[in-house]
Design a protein around this ligand. Structure first.
Ligand code: GRF
Length: 202
């Protein structure tokens, strides 16, 4: 969808039930502070008790509680919201579930994810959160990083849009790697979304 220069691209951010929401916060900050033509139109959380609910209230963002465990109703409602809110791009930030091929097809807009490792390594079902960093630590890697990729119906699999690596040779625990990688995530995601939309729609 083309946007006038004065209009912002509209982003929906999907999170989980217990995530910290640090990527959501970083996106919000980057979009507002850097005056990028991007706006978070709404976020979702899978439970009313999710920390993201309070975060959204603090940031003044609409937050919809949608539980992806009930995939069909979740995806139908999300499609409705994306249409109503004229969403240009869906950004996953700690969202743990696969989206169905039917949803991705019907949505007709890009869906991006951020993964806390250098894809295509350390990916797949169960490879999330601290488990990623434990695997990287156990393998004795010198570098890790963050990857932004297009979402397809396979975990952590779609085309890579952006990737940034960081030296972790001074990290003596998975937690230390996680902290370094999270910093990278907070910088890379907003830039990747902006560059991706600019390339696609202008
Ligand atoms: C991040 O590490 C992200 O890469 C992964 O899930 C985590 C979400 O963290 N997909 P937060 O809730 O954004 O802090």
């Amino acid at each position: 969808m083309e946007r006038a220069a004065s209009e912002a691209w509209r982003i929906a951010v999907l999170t989980s039930g217990h995530g910290r929401g640090s990527n959501l916060r970083a996106l919000y900050k980057a979009f507002t502070k850097n005056s990028l033509p991007l706006k978070i139109a709404f976020a979702t959380a899978s439970s009313g008790k999710a920390p993201v609910v309070q975060l959204c209230s603090d940031l003044g963002l609409p937050c919809h509680i949608l539980n992806p465990r009930y995939q069909e109703s979740f995806e139908n409602r999300l499609l409705e919201l994306c249409q109503q809110e004229q969403i240009d791009l869906v950004a996953l930030a700690g969202f743990m579930r696969l989206l169905s091929p039917a949803f991705l097809d019907q949505a007709g807009i890009p869906v991006l994810n951020i993964h806390p490792a250098l894809l295509p390594q350390y990916r797949g079902k169960g490879m999330y959160g601290i488990r990623v960093h434990e695997a990287v630590f156990d393998a004795g890697e010198r570098f890790s990083g963050a990857t932004v990729h297009l979402v397809d119906p396979i975990y952590d699999h779609g085309e890579i849009i952006a990737q940034e690596q960081v030296d972790i040779s001074d990290c003596h625990s998975p937690e230390a790697i996680a902290a370094k990688v999270l910093e990278i995530e907070h910088g890379i995601y907003a830039r990747a979304i902006y560059r991706f939309l600019r390339r696609k729609f202008t």
